[in-house]
Design a protein around this ligand. Structure first.
Ligand SMILES: NC(=O)c1ccc[n+]([C@@H]2O[C@H](COP(=O)([O-])OP(=O)(O)OC[C@H]3O[C@@H](n4cnc5c(N)ncnc54)[C@H](O)[C@@H]3O)[C@@H](O)[C@H]2O)c1
Ligand SMILES: [Zn+2]
Ligand SMILES: [Zn+2]
Length: 370
């Protein structure tokens, strides 16, 4: 069948809309009609080559849609099911899945290659075989995904909101709840309030943070953080450190979560010095693969028993955490509607990314037409 998709052909160049030929689903695979795709900064890392994705690549790893058809042996979903995509597939049986760490499932090894397990590329077009970012490729009207990249959601879940639970919401929420393990009464810093950071704010608030300080140079971001549960919002890490020290009588924050678009050495160092003895810095934001953006005094790390850790997908287990977070949406404990600043058509995808880079959006959402 044919599908239109937003594609990166060359790092740093605008995305192009290509009409592609899509193979049908084979063993274990699912044909998905994408209804929505979220615009996450990680797509930009792929488009700019910070993350060395194979080209050409259909972008979009935050996705939701409806199952149209399934190949032999598919048990997780059936035609007609509503699905939120998991930007890391989960096999359920590798060492990591079997120990409750689906976010680092071995099947995720080819997410930058964009092929299906076994190496097949279901998209073909004028530039040859096209990958699908994170084996999802939600900026295509249709996609063939492995069933392990799909999570069925209840029929009464609106996909135009649930799409955000494919990456931004679980990544941010889980960075606070699972990775930082925010506990009631704690002082928590969230550095960078985009689609990820705003959900770290929501997670930290739900987990009971007493002082919840959002840091972002942009006023619209700080306002949204205050609306969704931050107790304070400041423009710089320096202001945050001063505020934290005055709120905690010089003790420091319990947790800091870094969710900036490009994680830099000064951001990490400032967060390291803002957390207390025994405190934890979680790094969720990315940068180029080969930048050494952690330069810290190990002796202080040891003497003050601090922890610096990375978190992928908010340490979530998508098969259980995606439905769990959607349940919290339905109970009003996690906000989704309030996160969507603007929607775009496939043809306007470059405008969407310009808006993201200009800091206008908490999250932009691509709405597919069929
Ligand atoms: N680890 C994971 O599993 C995972 C998943 C998704 C996204 N990410 C990464 O998380 C990062 C954030 O993604 P996003 O979609 O929320 O991006 P975004 O562009 O929507 O938000 C980034 C925010 O950081 C702010 N910022 C920039 N410099 C800052 C500074 N020095 N101090 C404070 N704030 C600053 C920006 O103003 C912006 O509001 C990206 O690097 C993305 O690739 C990681
Ligand atoms: Zn993402
Ligand atoms: Zn696995």
């Amino acid at each position: 069948m044919k599908t239109k998709a937003a594609v990166v052909l060359e790092y740093g160049k605008p995305l192009e809309i290509h009409e592609l030929e899509l193979d049908g689903p084979r063993e274990g695979e699912v044909l998905l009609r994408f209804t929505h795709g979220g615009l996450c900064h990680s797509d930009i890392h792929g488009a700019h080559g910070d993350l060395p994705v194979r080209l050409p690549m259909v972008l979009g790893h935050e996705g939701a849609g409806i199952v149209e058809d399934v190949g032999p042996g598919v048990t997780r979903v059936k035609p007609g099911d509503k699905v939120v995509c998991s930007f890391i597939p989960n096999c359920g049986t590798c060492r990591w899945c079997a120990t409750g760490q689906q976010a680092i499932c071995d099947m995720g090894a080819t997410i930058l290659e964009g092929s299906l397990p076994g190496g097949r590329f279901p998209f073909k077009g004028p530039a040859g075989e096209y990958g699908a970012l994170c084996m999802v490729g939600s900026f295509s009207q249709y996609g063939v995904l492995h069933q392990n990249s799909t999570v069925k959601v209840d029929d009464d879940i609106p996909l135009d909101k649930a799409v955000l639970v494919g990456c931004g919401v679980p990544t941010g929420w889980g960075s606070a709840v699972n990775a930082a393990k925010v506990a009631p009464g704690e002082t928590v810093l969230v550095v960078g309030i985009g689609g990820i950071g705003i959900n770290a704010v929501q997670g930290a608030r739900y987990a009971g943070a007493k002082n919840l300080i959002a840091v972002d140079p942009l006023e619209n971001k700080r306002e949204k953080a205050l609306e969704l549960g931050a107790t304070h919002a400041v423009a710089t890490s320096e202001e945050a450190m001063e505020l934290v020290m005055s709120l905690t009588r010089g003790v420091g924050a319990d947790k800091a979560i870094i969710t900036t678009d490009l994680v830099t050495e000064p951001q990490v160092t400032a967060s390291f010095h803002t957390v207390s003895k025994g405190g934890t810095v979680v790094i969720t934001g990315l940068n180029k693969l080969d930048i050494n953006n952690i330069q810290l005094p190990a002796t202080l790390l040891t003497l003050f028993k601090k922890t610096v850790k990375g978190s992928l997908f908010g340490d979530c287990n998508p098969t259980t955490d995606i439905p769990k977070i959607l349940g919290l949406y339905q109970s009003g404990d996690v906000k989704l509607d309030e996160l969507i600043t603007r929607t775009y058509r496939l043809e306007d995808i470059n405008e969407g990314y310009d808006d993201l880079l200009a800091g206008k959006n908490i999250r932009g959402v691509l709405v597919h037409e069929h």
